[in-house]
Ligand binder design. Sequence first.
Ligand SMILES: Cc1cc2nc3c(=O)[nH]c(=O)nc-3n(C[C@H](O)[C@H](O)[C@H](O)COP(=O)(O)OP(=O)(O)OC[C@H]3O[C@@H](n4cnc5c(N)ncnc54)[C@H](O)[C@@H]3O)c2cc1C
Length: 368
Amino acid sequence: MTLVERRAPASGATGRSGALVRTHYTNDPEASLAIAALPWFTEWADRVGGDCGFVRTGFVQLVGVDDTKLLRENVKSLQRLGATTETLAASDIRAVVPGLAVADDESAAYEPESGYADPVATTRGLVDAARRLGADVRENCSVDGLLTAGGHVVGVATNDGPINAEVVVLANGAWSNALTRPLGLDLPITATRAQAAVVRRPAPLVGIAGHPAVIDRRNGIYARPYDADRTLVGMSSSNADTLSDLDDVPVAPGFAERARDRLAEAFPAFSGQPISHTQAGPLDVTPDHCAILGPVDGIDGLVLAVGMSGSGFKKAPAIGACLAELIQDGQATSADLRPFSYHRFARGAQIERRDYRMGAGGGTALVH
Ligand SMILES: Cc1cc2nc3c(=O)[nH]c(=O)nc-3n(C[C@H](O)[C@H](O)[C@H](O)COP(=O)(O)OP(=O)(O)OC[C@H]3O[C@@H](n4cnc5c(N)ncnc54)[C@H](O)[C@@H]3O)c2cc1C
């Protein structure tokens, strides 16, 4: 097995990721992947080796009052799929997330096993494990094209010469169309910006697990501890900008202050807190905001793992396991990859989400 990376592992979106690790999705296919992935983070030392920086803070999904019924239904679906999750009433939310502003009629979904990880340590851990198992890891090596023979992909052309392969897994995120279009394969992927701000955390909330990871649809944010006294916050509705330069994704002017102020709507103690820094990366967004995973009819030898649509980090270990099963055994068993087929778009079989309304100006929830 050869891994080819143009720069260094985690130099794309992954290195800028919020890296929330949770199972709450509003559709079964994505939830199944997230549920299959969670044990990779919680049992990292045994499964992969080393430390991926996973911190079990718990995870809380807050929604507006109008979505309480939908939240309960989604929690029941997640429980049926095997997730450890429950619905909390306002008094329980206040106990689990001290400092969070919650009205008496609001509810949340809670996952005690979830949290966040270090995206760079996670990626390097997987690459190191692959290397120990015999993989040839080529960093600073760029794939210039997919090699084909008689309609089959038979390897890749790189700036360091060709590499022959029976199967090529394309997992290059927002850059994927540059390699598939010469084969006549136009992936329905739009490159958009995702950005996050890191804010100083006020005294009552300090600690590496100072508050749970949170998605708050009421205020259109997600947040998790960054380290002992800082919190990473992103805005769920801030990803509409299409990108022209995938390698240099700037943070929008005023973004950090807006994100901090929305965070303070959720956690009033963050009001006026200093901003430490910002980060931004390119997302690969599909029409149903779900990944494209698996083979392509008519192009043997190519397997897609693209279009993560802003929430690929926490699912990545399960996606990797599923693709290995698919390639070796002909079928993924860790989770069902069939709903993620590239062909779903032409067949009118996009993945449907039972999604929540977004407060704070609306928008589409993508990242986290
Ligand atoms: C601000 C932000 C917050 C996020 N928050 C979360 C979150 O909380 N939870 C979550 O699950 N997800 C989150 N995401 C999304 C998640 O990070 C991504 O979905 C995931 O990291 C995508 O991984 P990837 O490997 O598909 O793509 P990338 O990480 O972009 O990797 C693609 C790699 O391909 C390489 N490459 C490109 N072209 C070539 C070529 N021709 N030859 C060789 N190599 C090439 C690039 O250098 C890059 O390293 C967030 C993303 C951002 C930016």
